[in-house]
Design a binder for this molecule. Structure first.
Ligand code: 3H9
Length: 703
């Protein structure tokens, strides 16, 4: 019997099967919620039904509430009420779980009286990743079964657990041997034969057996969050709700959970994170996808075994693909292999993989100093020294060595890829693959699309990103592409503030306070100041003579203070420590520079530092859009989120700007322009959007 177009009820041998069918992930939209309630009620009415099984078609048990409904007027029945209907069913209810039972899906299962899972199922409460908390009884029902620690582990990390782990902590009663549907039917028959009663989770209390341990867990999590999640709403709300589960009657706890959920849902934090969730899936949607299919990607190669080349090789091997590393001589090749082995050896030392795993993975590695071995390679990534002449020399050799149709990629972060492509006979096969260091860890991959490349090569690069489990962003050719180009501008805004009176330590603190793990001067010390110094020297001749140029960084580098690797940069790193201390000598350099330029220092509030820094970021983001370097504002958001540490709970700079109001940002920029009209030129895109009363979200939606 069809209950709604997404849910049906069928009855066989006394068992009522309520089946959810809402591809792709059985999200719990209105028609599903209404269907579950209708299905349970119909099963209650049907005298033939003695026990109910809730199951799902397709690849998964519901993966949660329908996130696309968030922000719209909520439609009844609400999910907590659906869960209550399941629990209140006067016939026993079993949830049969497969795939990824996440969020509301797991809460549906927790509201059933019994739970059986496919052995490969994953269960989790990832709402925290959306700035939310489990809002359909998860914070109240789960701790009643497991106590505080396992419940908080799930809710605060958002990471799913295996069926076996779920069984260990008591939230799954049976793991299916063989087919889940058959096992669920057998389990239902067994419960009927045993006369097993309903077992409402809201009446269970084994999780509260040791209240001293429960309270201690709550206190310790709260203390930890003070250090790790300051300023964020949902982690603290989760702990409050789990505490309430043990302190308040169930119905009261549910009210608290609902209120906290609605508060989080209304916050900018969840709007930012929900934006990020969809944005990171949107970036793979590119115009070329409609016109081409990827080329084969069976054998890959990397040119260069330095930090970047080795990291890329590891990323490839981690994806289960073979890689060939090319270096110019045996000594460099040995060093390259050692760089790769170092990554895995550390994983072995930390117990993340076994030595046997490492040996197995290293079986996918081969190295050579002879470009001839590249004859059967499908895609090569050049990761040699960042210098046009060096790159062109490598590309000339690749042109000779690679088979026709091979993709030839460069990992350059700044150089003109059109120029590199034009230097060989097949520019249509050349593309930029800009990895971020460490390349095997960082999720972002800027795919830089030069003028002559074919659509087929572009989609092949996106397919590579998918296989490497990277988040790809399509970028156009310009100095620094999306990320580094925008970085150069907001770093300059920071340097201006430093020269005008803010210390690098105040600036770093303000940016950390915004939610970044590190401030810009800490990042510079980590990356090495010499790299930026070399770039500045390279560009000195072409710099606009009217543009303000801050020389503080050059003075610091002239002392050989390049950051952590020299134990001194903007900070002092005593005895190789990574915790930098403020350096009076740096403050003196800054003071001298101000005096030399006749600048009387003034003070900056945290808010002003943040406003200037992020206004510069957003304005350059608009320029990047205007030139077609980024397809949509969301591509900029994803770049800054995954490559540059922008806090996810703020959604990315463009989403943040939308939430601030674009008119507010534009007014700030116009105000700053009174001091420096050249640097603070409002981007025409920003002006146009404000004039037309539109925002970046409209651009994302193609409006
Ligand atoms: C919640 O449950 C709140 C409750 O506690 C309380 C409520 C009152 N809704 O990721 P994929 C789309 S909060 C709507 O590419 P995969 C996704 O956008 C929710 N749409 O597949 C994509 O669309 P498109 C808690 C959703 O196999 C398509 O499905 N749950 C939802 O790589 C395929 O997705 C979560 O946070 C959704 N819930 O990964 C889980 N989920 O094709 C969120 C997915 O148009 N989901 N879509 O781009 C996931 O983590 C992954 O999607 C999943 C599958 C692991 C399930």
């Amino acid at each position: 019997m069809q209950i709604t177009d997404k849910v049906s009820l069928s009855v066989q041998d006394g068992i009522g099967y309520v089946t959810i069918d809402n591809p792709p992930v059985n999200a719990l939209g209105q028609a599903v919620r209404q269907g579950i309630v209708g299905g349970i009620q119909a099963a209650e009415r049907d005298p033939e039904v003695r026990i109910v099984v809730i199951r799902a078609e397709g690849r998964t048990f519901p993966a949660g509430a329908d996130i696309t409904e968030f922000g719209k007027t909520p439609l009844e029945p609400f999910l907590p009420d659906v869960c209550q209907t399941i629990e209140d069913c006067f016939k026993p209810v079993i949830a049969a779980v497969h795939g990824t039972a996440l969020g509301g899906g797991f809460e549906i299962a927790l509201s059933a009286h019994y739970r059986i899972a496919d052995a490969r199922a994953k269960l989790g409460l990832p709402e925290i990743n959306l700035g939310l908390l489990p809002g359909a009884s998860g914070t109240q029902r789960m701790p009643r079964i497991t106590g505080a620690a396992p419940a908080l582990d799930l809710m605060l990390t958002g990471a799913p657990i295996s069926a076996a782990k779920a069984m260990e902590i008591g939230v799954i009663d049976e793991i299916a041997e063989g087919e889940l549907d058959d096992a669920a039917t057998a389990y239902a028959r067994d419960l009927l034969a045993r006369g097993a009663p309903r077992r409402p989770t809201s009446e269970r209390a084994e999780g509260f057996a040791d209240m001293a341990a429960y309270d201690a867990e709550i206190a310790s999590r709260r203390a930890k969050l003070e250090k790790t999640a300051k300023g964020q709403l949902s982690p603290f709300a989760i702990v409050d709700c789990v505490e309430a589960a043990a302190k308040l009657p169930f119905a009261e706890g549910m009210k608290k959970e609902r209120a906290a959920f609605m508060e989080c849902l209304a916050s900018d934090q969840s709007k930012g994170m929900i934006h990020a969730f969809f944005a990171e899936r949107q970036t793979a949607k590119i115009p070329e996808a409609a016109e081409a299919t990827p080329r084969p990607l069976d054998k890959l190669a990397v040119i260069g075994g330095g930090t970047m080349g080795a990291g890329i090789a590891v990323a490839i091997m981690d994806a289960g693909l073979p890689v060939v590393m090319i270096e110019r001589d045996q000594e460099s090749l040995d060093r390259g292999r050692a760089n790769v082995e170092k990554v895995y050896a550390r994983n072995v030392a930390k117990g993340r993989i076994t030595q046997a795993n490492m040996d197995n993975i290293m079986g996918r590695y081969s190295g050579s100093t002879d470009y001839g071995v590249l004859a059967d390679v499908d895609l090569v990534i050049e990761a040699v020294f960042e210098e046009m002449g060096v790159k062109k020399a490598v590309f000339a050799q690749l042109d000779t060595a690679m088979k026709p149709g091979a993709v030839i990629a460069t990992n350059t972060s700044y150089l003109d890829i059109d120029e590199i492509a034009a230097s060989i006979s097949r520019p249509e096969d050349v593309i930029g693959l800009h990895f971020f260091s460490p390349a095997n860890i960082m999720k972002l991959l800027e795919i830089v699309v030069p003028a002559k490349v074919t659509a087929e090569v572009v989609v092949t690069a996106f397919e590579l990103a998918r296989r490497l489990r990277k988040i790809p962003v399509r970028a156009g050719v310009c100095d620094g592409f999306i990320g580094n180009r925008i970085l150069a501008v907001y770093r300059t805004a920071a340097d201006h503030m430093m020269e005008d009176g803010a210390s690098p330590y105040e600036i770093d603190a303000a940016i950390r306070e915004f939610g970044y793990p590190m401030g810009p001067y800490q990042v510079s010390d980590l990356a090495g100041g010499d790299i930026g110094w070399a770039t500045r020297k390279r560009k000195a001749a072409t710099r606009d003579p009217n543009a303000r140029y801050v020389e503080i960084a050059d003075r610091i580098c002239e002392n050989g203070w390049f950051g952590q690797k020299t134990e001194r940069g903007y900070y002092i790193y005593a005895d190789g420590s990574r915790d930098g201390q403020e350096d009076p000598a740096v403050l003196k350099i800054i003071e001298d520079e101000r005096a030399r330029k006749g600048i009387t220092p003034r003070s900056f509030t945290t808010e002003e530092i943040q406003n200037r820094y992020f206004s510069a970021m957003v304005n350059e983001g608009c320029n990047v859009l205007a030139e077609g370097i980024a397809l949509r504002p969301l591509d900029i958001d994803v770049t800054l989120l995954y490559g540059y540490g922008f806090p996810r709970w703020r959604g990315g700079p463009m989403k943040w700007a939308d939430m601030q109001g674009l008119d507010v940002i534009l007014n700030r920029i116009r105000e700053y322009a009174k001091e420096d009209a050249l640097f603070w030129r409002p981007s025409p895109v920003l002006v146009k959007l404000v004039d037309e009363g539109r925002n970046f979200d409209d651009l994302n939606k193609g409006k």
